[in-house]
Design a protein. Sequence first.
Length: 283
Amino acid sequence: MTMTRLITLVLLGLLSWFLFTVAKNATSTITESEQFKLGNAVIAEHRTADNKARDIYRNPGKTLAFFGLESNMTVIEIWPGKGWYTEIIAPFIKSGNGQFIAAGFPQNAGPEWRQNMQRDYQQWLEQSPAQYDQVKIVELGPPSFWRIAPDDSIDAILTFRNVHNWLKGGYETEMFNTFYKALKPGGILGITDHRAKPGTNIETMKTSGYLTEKLVISLAEQAGFVLEAKSEINANSLDDTNHPKGVWTLPPTLRLGDEDREKYLAIGESDRMTLRFRKPEKR
């Protein structure tokens, strides 16, 4: 073994230990061995450098540990987009012989850009069978795709920065009801989204992309969920949430282009809520 290779392995081991430690301190409900596996999934070589560079804002190891994700679970990721979280979750779930399901945009329905993104996502999965050959794809969203799994069959449903889209589209109730039906009693619903200041009105939320915690909690509770815990894992005190183009002013979108670019890069990605809900056990 070369010295360079040895140093690399040592550094990877230290990083994995660090991720394990921070996950352990994130109100985690998973075992130590699962925390360690999750840390390894975060630093895995198949992840792109660009995606890893955003870990500082998205804190995937701590976030997934807080949600209570375990590798033997049947897990659905909602609207995975370009696959930033899939890159971590799918191999992690595969390692424990669980089942990873991606509930993506409906094909042949909805905006063309979403259909194109979904096709790109599925092609991306096909290009890396070692990581993604067991991923199952289902469709979710308007006009009529509201069943993602048999009732009471899923251990955890996770959604990252999507609720604001459902609110703007007017089908947030259908989404939360879909999740409730699919989850097992005791199942987990994990949510992160851009966080508005308390008291922000609904129209501002629809146009800015920022939502109040109160609204998101209310939507989940109306569907039957119980809020189990909140976390400040993905908080960003530099984000005052007041931007010309809403949350899309900030990275990674940077909708203003070069205008005040350095200012928004210095702020970083948005201030985010991180919420864990549970479907009540049947009595």
